[in-house]
Design a binder for this molecule. Structure first.
Ligand code: PEP
Length: 249
């Protein structure tokens, strides 16, 4: 079972989102074993929920607030998204760069689960961390705090995306030699925190994913899916990614 999570970022008004899903619908065939999630901007989610072929696509948010209701002007909560989306990105590096702390992200992970939304927790190191041999430490620290509000049982309901921040939007993904140790770190950290079963947590890779790289990345042990950003806005490229994954499923 592979998971493909497209992150549209801050792009596409409802009209343009509708055009894109129509094109995706024409190009992509559903295949058992491959789950496709479209993480659209909040404003697009409700109209898309009426339009998409739910047998082919699931909807995801790109963020959610840790609280369910209240005086948080401009925010959207998990309680508001409940039933509308099945997934939400949490702790994406572009949000971490805007000041989201690990503790704040931990509350969002819990908020997603509380509202029956699968959090796709994004972790990964900056280039500077890599240069200082801090990659493993950064990932372990992020996971330890970001997952701190969960039980062992919750771990089977989350997805962790390894996203080396320096490779996001770079045009070329990290190499298998760079990705594989971090996938192992993610599984061993989660196992250490939550027990043997937890090592089966769903783990995907994101950063500069395009059709031509799918086989190489999906062949890395422990990688169970992909998180394309820029490529998910181009229906031909996204369809290529999907069909390359489906060939392997
Ligand atoms: C992302 O948005 O998480 C991402 C990986 O972007 P890109 O595929 O454009 O590098």
């Amino acid at each position: 079972m592979s998971l493909i999570v497209g992150n549209w970022k801050m792009n596409l008004n409802p009209h343009d989102a509708s055009v894109l899903v129509h094109r995706l619908n024409e190009k992509i065939e559903a295949k058992e074993g491959t789950e496709i999630v479209l993480c659209a901007p909040f404003i697009d989610l409700y109209p898309l929920s009426k339009e998409i072929n739910h047998k082919k696509f699931k909807l995801g948010a790109q963020n959610l607030h840790p609280n369910d209701h209240g005086a948080f002007t401009g925010e959207i909560s998990g309680a508001m998204l409940k039933g509308l989306v099945q997934y939400s990105l949490v702790g994406h590096s572009e949000r971490r760069a805007m000041g989201e702390t690990d503790v704040f992200i931990a509350k969002k992970v819990a908020a997603a689960l509380r509202n029956d939304i699968t959090p796709v927790l994004c972790v990964g190191e900056l280039l500077d961390d890599r240069h200082h041999n801090l990659t493993k430490k950064v990932i372990v620290d992020q996971l330890t705090t970001n997952l701190s509000q969960l039980t062992a049982e919750d771990i089977s309901k989350i997805v962790i995306a390894y996203e080396p921040v320096w490779a996001i939007g770079a045009g070329t993904p990290a190499t298998p030699e760079q990705i594989a140790p971090q996938i192992r770190t993610i599984r061993s950290t989660v196992e250490e925190l939550y027990g043997e079963e937890a090592a089966n947590v769903r783990v995907i890779y994101g950063a500069s994913v395009a059709g031509e790289f799918v086989k190489t990345i999906m062949n890395i042990e422990g990688v169970e899916g992909l998180l394309p950003g820029g490529a998910s806005l181009n229906y031909e490229e996204f369809a290529k990614i999907v069909s390359a994954v489906q060939e392997l499923d």
